[in-house]
Design a protein around this ligand. Structure first.
Ligand SMILES: Cc1cc2nc3c(=O)[nH]c(=O)nc-3n(C[C@H](O)[C@H](O)[C@H](O)COP(=O)(O)O)c2cc1C
Length: 178
């Protein structure tokens, strides 16, 4: 099957992960907020998105393309400060329709946040969030930033992408292409 890596990013760390995944899996990479991409051109998709203010940045694009994404194999890669767990699952659940999530394989990666690179607005919001956050580790990260970028962590995504690439397209799609 033919696939592609589609990403959204605010400060670049998700773009970096998307580039690594595209290179390792031999797939084209597109920034959905800068390029018009038609999901129908691909048999499977790897969607890579950061969590920004408890929501997935790629949510609007997914909502706009929902009918074209229905039933397609999707690897949903989140990039966040929070580690995998119920908090992250809840943010994913609040961002996307339940049927879409049920059809996708979610892989959670951890990103980067450098306070000096943030807009004044984001910096101020994160300082307020840090004051309010009862979790001391998360609070410290909101205030001082973090860097969990790890190229090795893309391995399960690349393995799954290679599995999808080796598969024949679904009969209906193969027919449509002839
Ligand atoms: C304004 C802002 C809000 C964020 N909100 C969250 C959040 O709600 N939950 C979380 O786990 N991480 C949050 N993060 C951390 C980002 O998910 C992390 O820094 C990610 O690597 C950013 O991706 P990007 O560099 O592609 O924009 C936030 C970061 C910023 C700058």
């Amino acid at each position: 099957m033919d696939g592609a890596v589609l990403f959204a990013t605010k400060y670049g760390s998700t773009a970096e992960y998307a580039g690594w995944i595209g290179q390792a899996a031999g797939l084209p990479v597109f920034d959905v907020r800068k390029e018009a991409v038609d999901p129908e051109e691909f048999d499977f998709l790897i969607l890579v998105t950061p969590v920004i203010y408890y929501k997935l940045l790629i949510t609007d694009w997914v909502q706009r393309n929902l009918t074209k994404l229905n039933g397609k194999p999707i690897i949903m890669v989140t990039v966040s400060g929070a580690p995998p767990g119920p908090k992250l699952d809840a943010w994913v659940g609040d961002s996307l329709p339940a049927e879409f999530i049920a059809n996708a394989t979610h892989v959670a990666l951890r990103g980067r946040q450098i306070p000096g690179e943030l807009t004044w607005f984001d910096r101020a919001m994160l300082i307020i969030a840090a004051w309010r956050n009862p979790d001391p580790v998360a609070s410290e990260e909101e205030l001082k930033g973090f860097d969990y970028m790890d190229k090795e962590s893309i391995a399960p995504i690349v393995a799954l992408a290679n599995e999808y690439k080796a598969r024949e397209p679904a009969a209906s799609e193969a027919q449509a292409a002839t």
